[in-house]
Design a protein around this ligand. Structure first.
Ligand SMILES: C[S@@+](CC[C@H](N)C(=O)[O-])C[C@H]1O[C@@H](n2cnc3c(N)ncnc32)[C@H](O)[C@@H]1O
Length: 281
């Protein structure tokens, strides 16, 4: 499967084995801290025989593979991404998981009104500001009336009081995102975007995620495998675009960050943003 080249250049992360491993670890961490130990955040969503679920920007397919363990085999589980690099070997995936290449901004035309649930997670380093409303309206189109959207994104406004290295790092990531045309504060905008697209019953929950040794084993996992772990894999893109002077300068800053977290852990905030496509729209 060849990647959809046009959309690859925006991405701030790598697609190598280290990032694949981090995404799989991040899935376990987010399930615990963002999804309240569930995969389907809204307790009212019932997936039964004949239901269809989409994971848009599915990456390593970790969320769908986990979901496949708890829904009936005749629930159709579909994942799309612009790159197949992180897809698991098809031979090892459950038969009801179907993976294909498509952009979140341009889902297949024949999928209108098809899905009961669409999950889309951690696309803040992938979708351009102008693409976000398009991705939201594509999810609206492909959901069945009454279907549910669940989005999970980092909200980098938090912690409000940032220690010095985190403050500097946040500024660098904002500059890097702006240079690419990404929407660093997408989490803040998403509830409004969902309403504009026609969604109702919008839920917007802030989920604190521990980072740093001072916060125990999950804090260590948050620093390496969680959302903060992604920052290590942004080095090449940030150096290449000139947002940071050199790889060494960035590595030194990351070392400072870890020192800060080891002394006093921090809580990054992830948001669960869910809504319903009305029965009549
Ligand atoms: C940070 S990863 C998150 C993967 C997965 N959602 C998760 O939470 O583990 C972002 C993924 O979005 C994909 N991506 C980037 N631009 C995309 C687009 N326009 N449409 C669909 N996927 C895209 C990347 O290839 C990558 O796999």
């Amino acid at each position: 499967m060849a990647a959809l080249d046009a959309t690859l250049a925006n991405y701030l992360l790598t697609r190598d084995s280290a990032e694949k491993e981090r995404l799989d670890g991040q899935h376990i961490y987010l399930k615990k801290f963002a999804y309240d130990d569930r995969l389907v955040y809204d307790r009212n969503v019932e997936l039964k025989a004949g239901s269809s679920v989409l994971d848009s920007g599915t990456g390593t397919v970790a969320w769908l593979l986990d979901l496949a363990k708890e829904v009936p085999e005749d629930v159709e589980l579909i994942g799309v991404d612009v790159s197949p690099n992180n897809f698991p070997d098809a031979a090892n995936a459950p038969k009801n998981i179907h993976l294909s290449l498509a952009s979140a901004t341009n889902l297949p035309k024949e999928w209108s009104n098809k899905f009961d649930l669409v999950n889309q997670r951690f696309m803040l380093s992938a979708l351009l500001a102008a693409e976000w409303p398009q991705a939201v309206s594509e999810i609206f189109r492909v959901l069945k009336p009454g279907g549910r959207i669940q989005l999970c994104e980092l909200d980098p406004r938090y912690p409000l009081e940032k220690p010095p290295a985190l403050e500097r790092h946040s500024e660098i990531l904002l500059q890097g995102a702006n240079k690419r045309g990404l929407l660093r504060y997408c989490a803040k905008e998403l509830p409004g975007m969902l309403r504009n697209a026609g969604f109702v019953d919008v839920v917007d929950d802030a989920k604190p995620c521990p980072v740093g040794k001072a916060l125990g084993e999950w804090g260590v996992r948050g620093a390496t495998g969680g959302p903060a772990g992604a920052w290590w894999n942004m080095k090449d893109a940030l150096v290449e675009q000139g947002t940071i002077g050199s790889a060494k300068e960035y590595e030194d800053l990351l070392e400072e960050l870890v020192k800060e977290w080891d002394e006093k852990g921090i809580y990054l905030v992830t948001r669960m943003i869910c809504a319903t496509k009305p029965l009549e729209s």
